[in-house]
Design a protein around this ligand. Structure first.
Ligand SMILES: *Cc1c(COP(=O)(O)O)cnc(C)c1O
Ligand code: SF4
Length: 435
């Protein structure tokens, strides 16, 4: 009875008068009965919108689909639904049609950095592989709204094959992120096939699955699926909890199944105005995640995707949140706060400033309490010129399989064996005048 709450009972019965606990916990039943239109939402949750509101909401639905599992809907506090974090994340809003000049369809240029359909290859050693474009619940804040839920973008097995071939052909790819959409929208057998294919590629050392299933449809994590996933040694799972209220008995049970299989779990949170833009709430969320053996990985600043301005906070809110975590709670409960660079530069960490000043042999730092201290640097440190000839180096990096990748960016400016002394934008006028 503790899993099947009163609200769940009521919702289940308003969907099907003879629905029983077994149905509620059957992910197929949940999926079949997902709430995709406003009238159903009103009926099932016993809420009503004015005709005017409804007309606006319907306009939104013409652009971005809605799907709310009965399970996720049952987490909404009906007495105050307009402020409810679950409602705000899942129920369409006319604000989504309010598009700002600086917003973009594809702010992270995922489609431009795409060598083959469904692969985004941004970083040297890892790729993002879009294996599904469906989700059990369409997050209103989704950065990939342009694609997700769109029937024209569903990858078939042929397209997936092309992605797998790309990974095979590119030995520098040692880390593959399966994302989408939600990879767990695929059938167990397709997931198994995909994982077999990718993990059989010798140079792939890590496979990560990004999924929101433990949050929005935890019953999808069946014993069978957990067992399939548990059989792949290279696998990590990253999920997407945004609010402590989402960590219910059911979601904890789903997470536990994966953890019991020995799968390391991480979490990515999106910082959202009116949902989780509160240091105290975030600390509670991070501690609850850790308690369930999920390592908080990233907090994302909300991307510049179209129609998300009502969800965005200033960057300072994210810094304030990290300020309230670092030192105040377990180090592994502190995620990295990042801005995913518009234009495709990748994730850029943003931190509070802890270094106050430097002298030639001291660094002046401050801690989370505001205590200021000096760290004395060594009086003698002989920098060793590094020519990247590791065979001759006293540090004896003689591990097999460590491939030398030439340095890029700031790393290149720092390298002893590189000539470059500056990074210059390609359209620099001053440099273009040089003959
Ligand atoms: C986030 C992301 C990755 C993974 O980045 P990590 O910092 O390693 O988690 C890889 N590719 C793309 C395109 C991404 O957006
Ligand atoms: S689960 Fe992920 S991909 Fe799906 S709608 Fe939410 S944020 Fe977008």
């Amino acid at each position: 009875m503790s899993i099947f709450t009163k609200t769940q009972q009521e919702i289940a019965e308003s969907i099907e008068s003879d629905a029983v606990i077994k149905d509620w916990k059957d992910w197929r039943w949940q999926f079949r009965n997902s709430i995709t239109n406003i009238e159903d939402f009103e009926d099932i949750l016993n809420i009503s919108f004015s005709e005017e509101e409804k007309a606006e909401l319907k306009k939104t639905l013409e652009h971005f689909p809605m799907a709310i599992t009965p399970y996720y809907a049952s987490l909404i506090d009906i007495s105050n639904f307009k402020d409810d974090p679950v409602f705000k994340q899942s129920f369409c809003s006319s604000n989504e049609l309010n598009i700002q000049k600086y917003e973009m369809g594809d702010p992270l240029s995922e489609d431009s950095d795409s060598p083959v359909e469904n692969i985004t290859h941004r970083y040297p050693d890892r790729v993002l592989f879009h294996v599904s474009n469906m989700c059990a619940m369409y997050c209103r804040h989704c950065t990939r709204k342009r694609k997700v839920g769109d029937q024209d973008h569903i990858p078939d097995k042929d397209t997936l094959q092309k992605g797998i071939q790309y990974i095979k052909d590119n030995p520098q790819v040692r880390d593959v992120l399966l994302s989408g959409g939600d990879p767990f929208m695929l059938s167990d057998s397709t997931i198994k096939w995909l994982l077999e294919e990718v993990s059989a590629i010798k140079h792939v050392e890590v496979i990560r699955i990004g999924t929101r299933m433990p949050v929005v449809l935890p019953y999808r994590i069946t014993d069978e699926l957990a067992e399939i996933l548990g059989s792949f040694d290279k696998l990590w799972v990253n999920t997407h909890f945004n609010h402590p209220r989402e960590l219910t008995d059911s979601s904890r049970e789903a997470v536990k199944k994966l953890v019991k299989q020995g799968i390391p779990m991480g979490n990515q949170t999106v910082l959202l105005a009116g949902v989780n833009d509160c240091p105290y709430l975030m600390k509670t969320l991070m501690q609850k995640l850790v308690k369930n053996r999920i390592r908080p990985y990233y907090i994302y600043q909300c991307d510049l995707s179209e129609g998300l301005s009502h969800f965005r906070t200033p960057v300072s809110k994210g810094v304030e949140i990290i300020e309230s975590l670092r030192g105040h709670t377990s180090g592994f409960a502190v995620p990295t706060y990042v801005i995913d660079a518009p234009g495709g530069g990748g994730k850029i960490p943003v931190n509070p400033n802890y270094v106050i000043s430097y002298s030639t042999n001291k660094v002046i730092l401050r801690n989370y309490e505001g205590v200021i201290c000096s760290y004395k640097e060594p009086d003698s440190y002989e920098p060793v010129f590094c020519d990247r000839d590791c065979d001759e180096c006293t540090l004896e990096l003689k591990t097999e399989g460590t491939e030398y990748l030439p340095p890029v960016g700031i790393e290149k400016l720092m390298a002893d064996n590189e000539e470059e002394t500056s990074l210059i934008p390609s359209d620099n006028e001053r440099v273009s005048r040089r003959s």
